[in-house]
Design a protein around this ligand. Structure first.
Ligand code: FAD
Length: 485
């Protein structure tokens, strides 16, 4: 790693979405200078900043406790501040005599704008500010397509990535974090009110997750031992724990993709190449999402494919609410939405099914889905969430064509053949025979009675008819094409 020269004064290290001490490029550079470090986290409350959703607030609270403990073990203290980042960073510089500020880069529109302003203000005051690459395995502006622009299609992006990018060897955890004598004042984490209270819905999150770097590495090792060697064959079946579950740890930067990549390299020998390659490709989907985000900064709010500006979206609050609560009458959709609400996570296959259902069966704008996912996912990520929603909607780069409409019944029958996933998350259907588990409305009334199901009472009738909804979606697509022509 290139060595940086820092003035002979304390260095402020600003944590953001990189809540780890190991493989932290900016932190390693600061520590290698031998100067005292002032570690800071700012809860940014600016109006332009998309605030953390409810599930991520819960995660952030746990993760900051974890990070503070790790920092304390190295003889330092994490300073917490909330409000405007520029105000706090410049004030800390003034109060501590720091002459440098370092951080790892972020790539959302708000992140880039804020960091650029802060860097300029610091430089104007004669303070050194260095930003480092730490969130991804490559800088997302680096790869150019054959025509010199951004990639729009994943496969050529992957090919170029595989041919030209070698993720760096992960950096070690610092052995110490020398502190300054008089640490600046810090907020108390509990005063940030990140945890839900009335009602406290976080039980399912606590049962399923262990935020923090240790939780991330425990999960990685479990996946390498039991999941990686079968990943390609198992990753599409939501009833199986066939994927890594690393996404929230990556979202908060408790583990870096380079660390995952390096451990995969270490264990790959002897494992089926298809499984290992498919997993690597998924990690690179995350890089691709960031590539799209930096090259199209309005990805969160605007259709990548501008034709979709003419799309005749429906406006139906009742349908949206039924979708959010897992009450659509389509068991695989409801199972997914309930898994999300309970655990803050949903299986990727089911994310695609529920996404398609919202956008195509209900004809609701993908931005409603993006927003709900942002609020409820523990892994909500500014690039992956938006790029994936646009992919599902058909409005994104390399998107699933709008006219390819997921059938929630056959998707359920294919990927949850014995209904195990549905029965876990929609317990009122647990006695419905497998034959009808994905279409209970087709079951003879005697069978439903025996299973204790009364449609419209214990479980909803389908809120839309699949065939009619499909035709309505295709008509809407044709209308859009006509208007956009
Ligand atoms: P694994 O299968 O173990 O994959 C390993 C890692 O690769 C993941 O942790 C993730 O970082 C990355 N990855 C896998 N698939 C994708 C993908 N399609 N796009 C980008 N990165 C991927 N992922 C998020 O991290 N945050 C989001 O906010 C998010 N929103 C989504 C919204 C929709 C509508 C859809 C269809 C997908 C979304 N995804 C999102 C992508 C994907 O569903 C999750 O990354 C994956 O389910 C996380 O589980 P895992 O860690 O077990 O993944």
């Amino acid at each position: 790693m290139a060595s940086f020269s820092f003035p002979d004064a304390p260095i402020i290290f600003w944590f953001r979405d990189d809540l780890r001490l190991s493989d932290n490029a900016a932190l390693s550079a600061a520590v290698s200078s031998g100067k005292p470090i002032i570690p800071v986290f700012v809860l940014e409350t600016d109006a332009k900043h998309t605030p953390y959703g409810g599930a991520q607030k819960w995660w952030l609270h746990q993760s900051l406790i974890n990070l503070s403990d790790q920092i304390a073990k190295l003889g330092n203290r994490l300073i917490l501040r909330s409000g405007n980042a520029k105000d706090h960073i410049t004030q800390l510089v003034e109060n501590t005599g720091a002459q440098s500020v370092v951080w790892n880069r972020r790539y959302s529109r708000f992140g880039i704008d804020t960091d650029t302003k802060i860097k300029t203000a610091l430089h104007d005051d004669g303070i050194t500010a260095h930003s480092f690459a730490g969130r991804l395995m490559h800088e997302p502006t680096l790869l150019k397509s054959g025509t010199g622009g951004a990639y729009k299609v994943y496969t050529p992006f992957w090919k170029m990535f595989a041919a030209t990018i070698t993720p760096r060897a992960p950096l070690a955890t610092p052995k110490e974090l020398p502190a300054i004598e008089n640490a600046p004042a810090s907020d108390e984490l509990i005063d940030w009110n990140l945890l839900p209270t009335k009602p406290d819905w976080s039980g399912g999150l606590a049962e399923n997750w262990k935020p923090g770097t240790k939780g991330a590495f425990d999960r990685l090792e479990k996946f390498l031992a039991n999941g990686l060697g079968r990943y390609d064959r198992q990753r599409d079946f939501p009833a199986i724990e066939g994927t890594s579950g690393l996404s929230p740890h990556l979202a908060f930067g408790e583990i870096s993709p380079a660390q995952i990549w390096a451990r995969v390299d270490q264990v790959a020998e002897g494992l089926p190449i298809d499984d290992v390659t498919t997993f690597r490709k998924e990690l690179v989907w995350r890089e691709f999402a960031y590539h799209l985000l930096v090259n199209f900064t309005e990805l969160k709010t605007e259709n990548y494919n501008q034709q979709f500006n003419q799309f005749p979206w429906a406006d139906n609050a009742e349908h949206l609410r039924a979708w959010q609560r897992g009450q659509t009458g389509y068991p695989i959709v409801d199972a997914g939405m309930r898994q999300l609400y309970d655990t803050g996570w949903m299986h990727n296959r089911v994310r695609m099914i529920v996404g398609s259902f919202l956008v195509k069966h209900l004809l609701l704008d993908w931005r409603h889905g993006e927003k709900w996912f942002w609020d409820t996912l523990v892994d909500a990520d500014p690039a992956s969430n938006t790029a994936s929603w646009q992919w599902v909607a058909g409005s994104g780069a390399d998107a699933a064509p709008y006219f390819r409409i997921f059938n929630p019944i056959t998707q359920g029958e294919k990927f949850d053949a014995d209904g195990e996933y549905v029965k876990r998350w929609v317990p009122e259907l647990s006695k419905v025979p497998t034959k009808f588990i994905h279409k209970p409305w087709e079951a003879p009334s005697k069978i439903l009675q025996f299973a204790g199901v009364e449609l419209g009472e214990t479980y909803p009738h389908p809120i839309v008819d699949h065939k009619q909804a499909r035709e309505r979606a295709l008509d809407a697509y044709q209308t859009m094409r006509g208007l956009a022509a």
